[in-house]
Design a protein around this ligand. Structure first.
Ligand SMILES: [Fe+2]
Ligand SMILES: [Fe+2]
Length: 248
């Protein structure tokens, strides 16, 4: 569970007046895309695809910042709708489709085709710019099975989708898909992501995420987690043990 509220204020003073409302890098969801999300979400309620989609959308937004030549009006709806086709695959077969050691390529293709079909319906219903729709659907249809990227927009969608696996939410999710401990999930996701990305920015993001998760698995880090907050921290310093409140 992501920590959303402080459990202490070691400094003792309110510092919130110095926090900007919209600093660089903090992203929001534009109203027309929030409306598209409302249409898509019922089709994403399987295998954590809803939260996966939101986090992958966030990564795609960050990649767009690095690629101003890419058309955000294609990338953002494509990443939001890319997995809606899983809703048309029997839930009992969804994980078999992507399991290590084989998988079901037929079901992967099915979710891509169904995703493009449903995507056309939802984009039409939302009144989306018709000129953008063919490119959006072309990305959805083949987003997993196609080895090459059709365009920079396709590359960004593919990279955001894959890089999510190494995010904290991605590792949490993959652990429970296959009954893996955190280290096993990290190794599985690392072998499936590194070497399969298109943009330099996603490659750097993915290596950073793998590195952070690697450190979490180190005995040195585990020992600090087990120890809980250090005496020094309780006395007002910011070094030592970490219960989520370590120095930044
Ligand atoms: Fe997919
Ligand atoms: Fe996906």
């Amino acid at each position: 569970m992501t920590k959303l509220q402080a459990t202490a204020n070691h400094f003792g003073t309110d510092v919130t007046a110095g926090i900007e409302a919209e600093p660089d890098g903090v992203i929001t969801l534009a109203p027309h895309l929030a409306a598209l999300w409302e249409l898509a979400a019922p089709f994403l309620d399987v295998r954590n695809n809803d939260a996966h989609t939101l986090y992958a959308f966030g990564l795609a937004s960050a990649l767009l910042d690095a690629h101003p030549e890419a058309d955000a009006a294609v990338v953002l709806p494509a990443i939001m709708l890319h997995d809606i086709g899983w809703s048309q695959v029997p839930p009992s077969e969804v994980l078999a489709a992507i399991a290590p050691g084989g998988g079901r390529p037929d079901l992967v293709l099915l979710h891509e085709k169904e995703g493009a079909r449903l995507g056309a319906e939802l984009l039409g219903k939302s009144g989306y710019d018709a000129a953008k729709i063919p490119a959006i659907l072309a990305i959805i249809d083949g987003h997993d099975s196609r080895r090459e990227a059709l365009s920079i927009e396709d590359a960004i969608v593919k990279d955001a989708d894959k890089t999510w696996r190494l995010s904290p939410h991605g590792i949490d999710t993959v652990m429970d898909w296959f009954g893996l401990d955190r280290g096993q999930a990290l190794r599985l996701c690392s072998q499936r992501v590194h070497g399969h990305l298109f943009t330099d920015e996603a490659k750097a993001m993915a290596r950073a995420l793998s590195a952070l998760e690697s450190v979490t698995a180190w005995p040195q880090r585990q020992q600090l987690l087990k120890a809980g907050p250090s005496a020094g921290q309780n006395a007002g310093t910011t070094s030592g043990g970490d219960d989520g409140r370590a120095s930044i």
